[in-house]
Design a protein around this ligand. Structure first.
Ligand code: FES
Ligand code: FES
Length: 224
């Protein structure tokens, strides 16, 4: 079936199978792989995108059902190479570990703040009930969203890459706080945290641990 969808501000026309899920259309046809597939049961929320401004699990929608829709994926959230307030919140508050759930978390959380700019902690946790994270325990995710709520409108917007208006265009004009220039820089941060170099050899490791109790637990990953 012929569909026309606007994704992150760009309109696409494709002939798609009627049974194709939106998430597979985004990932495989448009190569937008930020929406993840984490389950077969519509439970994990890793696939959340915005369809006409509402957060939607893209594994629950057929591509043909999105015909004519405005879609925003995680790839469309940053504006001019600058992270949105929500993305910055996840960075600042370390709201992720493996990162698999993160695109869906950010999309769900952004939708929350669109409707409720200053949610309580209970409201944040309630809004994330459809998003599962196997790593973080959710604490830092909640802090990330609280960070975004505090900073949204104070130099950082919730995003949308300029492709969709959220009714607050003025937010995009404010001066943004200092942050790394591009997402690419953020992907490989350099931190001098004083962590000693890992011993190069087992002999080095044994030298460093000379005199340590024989009952001391084995160091994991100490051998290459
Ligand atoms: S892939 Fe798990 S809810 Fe969509
Ligand atoms: S950070 Fe790993 S699943 Fe959430």
């Amino acid at each position: 079936m012929e569909i026309a969808v606007t994704v992150n501000g760009k309109t696409y026309h494709h002939d798609v199978p009627s049974r194709l899920l939106l998430v597979h259309y985004l990932r495989e046809q448009l190569n937008l792989t930020g929406a993840h597939v984490g389950c077969d049961t519509s439970q994990c929320g890793a696939c959340v995108v915005h369809v006409n401004g509402k957060s939607v699990k893209s594994c629950t929608l057929l591509a043909v059902q999105a015909h004519g829709a405005q879609i925003t994926t995680i790839e469309g959230v940053a504006t001019d190479g600058q992270y949105s307030a929500m993305q910055q919140g996840f960075w600042e508050m370390h709201g992720l570990q493996c990162g698999f759930c993160t695109p869906g978390m950010i999309m769900s959380a952004s939708a929350l703040l669109q409707n409720n700019p200053h949610p309580s902690e209970h409201e944040i946790r309630h809004a994330l009930e459809g998003n599962l994270c196997r790593c973080t325990g959710y604490e830092n995710i909640v802090k990330a969203i609280q960070y975004a709520a505090q900073n949204n409108g104070h130099g950082q917007s919730l995003g949308y890459g300029g492709s969709q208006s959220n009714g607050s265009d003025a937010m995009h004009e404010e001066t943004k706080p200092e942050s790394p220039e591009t997402p690419a820089e953020l992907e490989h941060p350099r931190r001098d945290d004083g962590t000693p170099e890992k011993p190069a050899t087992v002999a080095d490791w044994e030298g460093e641990n000379a005199g340590a109790s024989e009952d001391a637990p084995m160091q994991q990953g100490g051998q290459s």
